[in-house]
Design a protein around this ligand. Sequence first.
Ligand code: SF4
Length: 401
Amino acid sequence: MAFQNGLSGLVVKVASRCNINCTYCYMYNSGDESYRLLPKVMTENTVNWLIEKTIQHCKKYKIKEFEFILHGGEPLLAGKEFFERFAKKARQQLGAIGVSVRIGVQTNGIMIDAGWCKLLNTLSINIGISIDGPAWWHDKYRMDHQLNGTHAKTIAGLRAAQKEQCKIGVLSVMDATSNPIEMYDYFKGLNIKDLDFLWPDHHHEKLPELYLRKVSSPTYTPFGDWWITLFDYWFNDSHNKPRIRFLNQVILMILGVDAGFESLGGEENRYLIIETDGEIEASDYLKACGNGFTKEGINITTHELSDALNAPLMKMHRQSHRMLADTCRQCSIRDVCGGGHIAHRYGNGRGFSNSSVYCFDLMKLLTHIQNRLLDRLSAETIRQARLTRMSYADALDSINV
Ligand code: SF4
């Protein structure tokens, strides 16, 4: 089957190892050992194939904008020269066929110093830094190989990037046992303007700790409750509030703009992963489904990017918001939820044909946000936008719970 739209971008694993060892890491600590067989850093030859195949893909699908997210492991381990060569080649060669290239890097921040900041600024590379909260929280999860906390070094990297006026976003893995207000105030205090919280990587065969202790149910929704507290606090914050990507996207979708992405909505997923050996894969989060789970034998050196779009797992990932379990199909909020992230649906002997392991959390959260938004709109706007108020109980009713 040919896809009408090409890719929006690639997550490029430029380094397969990391200088730290976070407890929850899907690369190294979720049962997937495939990283051990990968080159530590992507070779020049693989980069050349990658750019050549991206050029062909952009020509084929008439793409005018393309994004590379440099990722790892810890991507800065690839070194400054790698970054310089990559950015220059990508921009020159794709620019020559009229494609505008955006580049970002997602790092743990530890290696960031003034030298890196100057280089990333010169190359117009945006920086995403992973920070899980204040030191006493961050250091529980984000430790080095000697089990030392990494917070102080990460914050030093953040401060260096702020001093050099780099374009920075912060990614934080949420922990539903934390206090979301404390987290929000902490990041705001760090002067973070662009923030996001990631749902932890779990599915029906690898349940979140909280659901091992007590089964998820319509009345036990710790993840949804965490987000609701955060949303209410953020929504009512009238002073210099940061953008929280997940909440922004939910709001847009409720208002009828399909700003969907990997986690929610109805849009196709238009990003793929390239490993350091050139292997093309679906979402990294799917590594948590088993050892070698994401390997489909498709490599940038031997295949076209469009071949990857039809490989079974990548195809399923791409169409994950359309390939829904029966429960999700009948759910009244499926247009916004989209069944959640595909990796969170895995298990029960049914592959991905399940609702999300966070189903009740998502349902409670999304109906809550919708109703808080409607509270702020006039009756006329609600009528014109064809919005309908829906309670959590209504949504539960739609899936016969
Ligand atoms: S709320 Fe649950 S049933 Fe509804 S679409 Fe999302 S995961 Fe599926």
